[in-house]
Design a protein around this ligand. Structure first.
Ligand code: SF4
Length: 334
C-alpha cells in the first residue's frame, strides 16, 4: 500500500438479499439480490477529501458504510492504514472504530434526545478512552464544543438536542465524531438537512477542522455543487459502479463520462441571466436487482451504441489520475 493511501478499497461488493415470501420459497424461486455495490476499487489518500457522488440508489452510502465496517461486504477488501478491516473479528474492528467516525445526514436522528450534549459527546470517550477521569472527559468535551463553535461550551454542555437549531445540532454531531481523535471521517450528506444559510458555514467548519486535526474525509453527496466546495478528488458512482474518478478541477474541466457530464449540466447556476440547467437524461436509475448488461448507464445514455449493452467498459486511466469507464470517452479528451 503506497504511503500516502489511508484507505484502499479492492473489488468491494455488497449485495442485499431481497425479501422473499414463504410461498416463493415453497415454490423454489431463486433468492434475488439487490446489487447495491458491485465491484468498486479506489484509494483515499491521507489528508484528502475524497467525494463519492451520485444519485440516490447509486451505492455511495453503502460503499461508505462497508468501508467503515458498519455493514459487512459481500466480497472484496478494505485496507485501512495497512490493516485489512474485512479480516478482523468484531472486537478488533470495534477497537479500530475510534480511528474512523461518521457524520450522518440527520443530526436529530443521530443524537439521543434524552442525552445532553455533554453526555452524547463524552460517550465515545467513555468507550475508547476509559482511563480518562470524569474531569478530563469533561475538559475534552468542552474543548471540542468550543472548536465546533458551540460557545460558551459550559452552557452547551448541558443542552439537549431539542434546545438547539439544526445547524447547532450538526455542529454537535461533528464534535461527537471528532472527540475520539479519528483519522478518517465518513461524512454522509452532512449538510443536506441544514438550512441553506448555514451550509457554507458547516463546510467551512469541516474544512478548518480537517486542517487542524489532519483528518481525511470520505464525503458522500448527491450534489456536485457541494462536492466542488470541499472535495479534492471525486468518484462518480452509478448503479453500484464507479464510472469516473478524477481530481476536482480535472473532473469539472474535462468530464469524460456521459453520466458525469449530465450531472454537471444539471447543477443549478445561481445567476438568472445565464442559461438554465439541463435536465438529467430521461428515465430512472434501473432496478439494482437486475442491473442492465454491459454499461449500466446505457438505457439512459444519449451516446449509447450496440457495444454498450453487450460489453461492460473497464475503468481505465485516460489522463494522469483520471479514470473513466466508457467505451467512447476518448472523444471527450482535450
Ligand atoms: Fe454511454 Fe456507452 Fe459510454 Fe456507457 S459505454 S456511458 S452507454 S457511451
Amino acid at each position: 500500500m503506497p504511503e500516502d493511501n489511508l484507505v484502499l478499497v479492492e473489488g468491494l461488493r455488497k449485495w442485499f438479499p431481497k425479501h422473499t415470501s414463504l410461498l416463493d420459497r415453497f415454490l423454489g424461486m431463486e433468492r434475488e439480490y439487490v446489487h447495491a455495490v458491485d465491484g468498486v476499487s479506489f484509494a483515499i489518500r491521507r489528508g484528502e477529501v475524497f467525494g463519492l457522488v451520485g444519485e440516490s440508489g447509486s451505492g455511495k452510502t453503502t460503499t461508505g458504510r462497508a468501508i467503515l465496517g458498519l455493514t459487512p461486504p459481500t466480497e472484496g477488501r478494505v485496507i485501512f492504514d495497512d490493516v485489512d478491516l474485512t479480516a478482523l473479528d468484531k472486537t478488533s474492528l470495534r477497537k479500530m472504530r475510534r480511528r474512523m467516525q461518521v457524520i450522518f445526514q440527520d443530526p436529530m436522528a443521530s443524537l439521543n434526545p434524552r442525552m445532553s450534549l455533554g453526555e452524547a459527546i463524552g460517550y465515545g470517550l467513555r468507550i475508547h478512552f476509559p482511563q480518562l477521569s470524569s474531569d478530563e472527559r469533561r475538559d475534552r468535551v468542552t474543548g471540542m464544543l468550543d472548536k465546533v463553535g458551540l460557545s460558551p461550551a459550559n452552557y452547551f454542555y448541558n443542552r439537549f438536542p431539542h434546545q438547539l437549531s439544526g445547524g447547532q445540532r450538526q455542529r454537535a454531531v461533528i464534535a461527537r465524531a471528532l472527540v475520539t481523535q479519528p483519522e478518517l471521517v465518513l461524512a454522509d450528506e452532512p449538510i443536506a438537512m441544514a438550512d441553506v444559510s448555514v451550509r457554507a458555514l458547516l463546510l467551512d467548519l469541516m474544512n478548518r477542522l480537517k486542517r487542524e486535526f489532519n483528518l481525511t474525509y470520505l464525503f458522500i453527496t448527491h450534489d456536485l455543487a457541494t462536492a466542488k466546495y470541499i472535495c479534492d478528488r471525486i468518484g462518480i458512482m452509478y448503479l453500484g459502479k464507479l464510472v469516473e474518478v478524477a481530481p476536482l478541477r480535472e473532473l469539472y474541466t474535462y468530464p469524460l463520462h456521459p453520466y458525469t457530464q449530465a450531472l454537471l449540466a444539471a447543477v443549478p447556476i445561481p445567476d438568472p441571466h445565464r442559461r438554465r440547467t439541463k435536465p438529467m437524461p430521461k428515465g430512472e436509475i434501473p432496478n439494482p436487482i437486475h442491473p442492465p448488461a454491459g454499461c449500466r448507464f446505457h438505457p439512459r445514455c444519449p451516446l449509447a451504441q450496440d457495444i454498450c449493452s453487450a460489453e461492460e467498459p473497464p475503468l481505465v486511466e485516460l489522463r494522469p489520475g483520471h479514470t473513466v469507464a466508457c467505451h467512447f470517452a476518448e472523444q471527450f479528451l482535450p
